[in-house]
Design a protein around this ligand. Structure first.
Ligand SMILES: Cc1ncc(COP(=O)(O)O)c(C=O)c1O
Length: 417
C-alpha cells in the first residue's frame, strides 16, 4: 500500500490470520444464520464448551468463599510476584503431586491466566527458527493459532476414532525430524471426549523419548473422567520423558471466567533446567500479564477445601449427559459416534453423507441446522477434522435432549429417501 510517494513500512501479521475457521468466527456465523431465520425456536448452544451454560454447574461454596475471603482481607490488592504467589504455587504443586509418584516443588509451578495463557507462553518458549511441533488431529485450535503467531511449524498426527481416539504412534514417529521439539496431547480430550489409558500414555512417553522431544500434556480437563478409564497424569511418566502439564480451574471448578491456570514442569532429571526452558518460561512471565492477585490468593483454599462430593456430583451430571447423548445419537442415521464420551465435556460425531441430501460439508450442516432448528454445533473443521461435528455436553440434560431431538428431526428432513 502506498502513502503518496512513500511505501508504508508496516503490514498485518499474517500469522494472526492463521486459522481461517476459528471457534468464535463460526459462533458468530451461526448466530447470524439464527438471527436471520424465520423460526422462533429457542437457541440451543452445543457449539462451545462453557460449563456455566448448565445451571446445575455451580462452583463449590468453598471456592466462592475462598475468593470472597481474599477480597475482604484487603491483603491482595497489589501486583503479584512474576512467577506467582508462593502459597498458591505450593498448593498447586501439592494438588498435582497427588497424581504423581513423586512430589513437585513450588518452583515447578507457574501460574497463568487460564489454560489459554499457559498455551500462549509455552509454545513461544519452544519456538526456535526452523522448529516444528506435533499436534493432534483433531485438537484444540488455540495451539494452531499460537504456533502460527510464533512461527512454529505444525505437523499433525492422527487420533484414531476406531481405537477410542488413541494416538497413531506410527504416524507420530514418521512426522518427527531433527527440528521437532515437542508434541501436545490433550487428556481427557477436548474435542473427542476420550480418556487415555495408563498403558497408552506410557507408549506415548516412550515414543517421545525415542524422538528426543518433550510432551506438553494439556490437562485442563484433569479428573473429569466418568467412564471406565481413570484419569492418569502424563507427569507419571516424567522419568521417561520430560513433561509440561497445563492445568486450569476453568472446567473442574466450573469457573472459566476466573481465568486461573498453571504450567507445571514434571521433570525429575532436570532436563528443562539444562536446556534453558525454565529460564525462558521465567523470562516470558516477566513480560506478560499475571492472573489477578486475588485469584492467586484464593488458590490454596480452593484446592485444599473443595469437598469430594462436589466433584462426584459433577461427574454424575456429565455421565448422565454422555448417556443421553450416546443413546439419541445412535438413533440418528446420518451421524456416527465412534466412541462413547467418557471424559471432558464434548464428543465428536462423523457425518454420514450417504444418508443426507443437500448438504455439502460440516460447515453447511451446521449453518442449515442453525437456520432450521436454532441448534448450534461446531463444525469439525474448526478442530481439524472436516465433515465431523463437535457437540458440547456441558449443558442441562433437558436442553441437551431438546437439542438432540431437533438434530434428529433435521436429519430426517434431510434424509435420502
Ligand atoms: C484443551 C483445552 N486447553 C486449554 C483450554 C483453555 O483453558 P482456559 O479456559 O482455562 O483458558 C481449553 C478451554 O476450553 C481447552 O479445552
Amino acid at each position: 500500500m502506498e502513502n503518496g510517494s512513500e511505501k508504508w513500512k508496516f503490514e498485518g501479521n499474517k500469522g494472526l490470520n492463521a486459522s481461517s475457521v476459528s471457534v468464535r468466527g463460526v459462533y458468530n456465523m451461526l448466530m447470524d444464520s439464527i438471527n436471520n431465520n424465520e423460526n422462533k425456536k429457542s437457541v440451543i448452544r452445543l457449539c462451545r464448551v462453557d460449563p456455566t451454560d448448565n445451571p446445575l454447574f455451580k462452583t463449590s461454596p468453598d471456592a466462592s468463599e475462598a475468593v470472597a475471603d481474599a477480597v475482604h482481607s484487603f491483603n491482595f490488592n497489589s501486583y503479584p510476584p512474576t512467577v506467582g504467589l508462593p502459597d498458591a504455587k505450593r498448593a498447586i504443586a501439592n494438588y498435582l503431586s497427588s497424581d504423581l509418584p513423586y512430589q513437585l516443588s513450588p518452583e515447578d509451578v507457574f501460574i497463568t491466566v487460564g489454560g489459554t495463557q499457559a498455551i500462549d507462553i509455552i509454545l513461544p518458549v519452544f519456538a526456535r527458527p526452523g522448529a516444528n511441533i506435533l499436534l493432534s488431529r483433531p485438537g484444540y485450535p488455540q495451539y494452531d493459532s499460537r504456533a502460527a503467531c510464533c512461527r512454529l511449524e505444525v505437523r499433525y498426527f492422527d487420533l484414531l476414532p476406531e481405537r477410542g481416539w488413541e494416538v497413531d504412534l506410527d504416524s507420530l514417529e514418521a512426522l518427527a525430524d531433527e527440528n521437532t521439539v515437542a508434541m501436545v496431547i490433550i487428556n481427557p480430550s477436548n474435542p473427542c471426549g476420550n480418556v487415555f489409558t495408563y498403558q497408552h500414555l506410557k507408549k506415548v512417553a516412550e515414543t517421545a523419548t525415542k524422538l528426543g522431544i518433550c510432551v506438553i500434556s494439556d490437562e485442563v480437563y484433569a479428573h473429569l473422567a466418568f467412564g471406565s478409564n481413570p484419569f492418569v497424569s502424563m507427569g507419571v511418566f516424567s522419568s521417561i520423558v520430560p513433561v509440561i502439564t497445563i492445568g486450569s480451574l476453568s472446567k473442574r471448578w466450573l469457573v472459566p471466567g476466573w481465568r486461573t491456570g498453571w504450567i507445571a514442569k514434571c521433570d525429575p532429571h532436570k532436563i528443562f533446567q539444562k536446556t534453558g526452558i525454565v529460564a525462558n518460561i521465567i523470562s516470558y512471565l516477566e513480560i506478560t500479564s499475571d492472573p489477578p492477585t486475588i485469584m492467586q490468593a484464593a488458590i490454596p483454599q480452593i484446592l485444599e477445601k473443595t469437598k469430594a462430593e462436589f466433584h462426584l456430583k459433577n461427574l454424575n451430571i456429565m455421565r448422565e449427559a454422555a448417556d443421553i447423548f450416546y443413546d439419541v445419537c445412535n438413533e440418528i442415521s446420518c451421524l456416527t459416534c465412534p466412541h462413547k464420551p467418557e471424559g471432558a465435556m464434548s464428543a465428536m460425531v462423523e457425518i454420514n453423507f450417504a444418508q443426507v441430501k443437500g448438504i455439502i460439508d460440516d460447515v453447511d450442516f451446521c449453518v442449515k441446522l442453525a437456520k432450521e432448528e436454532s441448534v448450534m454445533l461446531l463444525p469439525g473443521v474448526t478442530v481439524g477434522l472436516k465433515n465431523w461435528l463437535r457437540i458440547s455436553l456441558a449443558v442441562d440434560a433437558s436442553e441437551l435432549e431438546e437439542g438432540l431431538r431437533r438434530l434428529k428431526a433435521f436429519s430426517l428432513r434431510h434424509a435420502i429417501s
